[in-house]
Design a protein around this ligand. Structure first.
Ligand SMILES: [Zn+2]
Length: 106
């Protein structure tokens, strides 16, 4: 995964490493910016891991109950995943704005 910042849209795009460095909104060249994964990302991955471990290790015979556990874990993981992307986006935008206002002052 990589995060690209577009100077034209003042927005970021999140892409996979194999994709080209272009903005998803306007298609112009965007530059990749460093990012760090927020805690929500690890929380989401952790929930999926725990749910998988429970499904493998726990002696639950009821298939429906297993599906419910899996469904709930997946839903919670998705919430954390989109939350982490939002958190990353606002964090990067804040950093870029700060950098730009520093440039404007100097
Ligand atoms: Zn753009």
């Amino acid at each position: 995964m990589k995060v690209l910042y577009c100077d034209h849209c003042k927005d970021i795009s999140i892409k996979s490493r194999l994709e080209t460095d272009t903005c998803t909104s306007c298609g112009r060249a965007a530059r990749s910016v460093p990012y760090s994964r927020p805690w929500q990302y690890f929380a989401g991955s952790g929930i999926l891991l725990v749910a998988t471990a429970v499904l493998i290790l726990a002696p639950i015979a009821d298939l429906l109950f297993r599906l419910v556990i899996f469904g709930v874990a997946l839903a919670v993981a998705l919430v954390f995943s989109s939350w982490s992307i939002q958190e990353m986006r606002s964090r990067i935008l804040r950093t870029m704005q700060e950098a730009q206002s520093r440039e404007a002052l100097s």
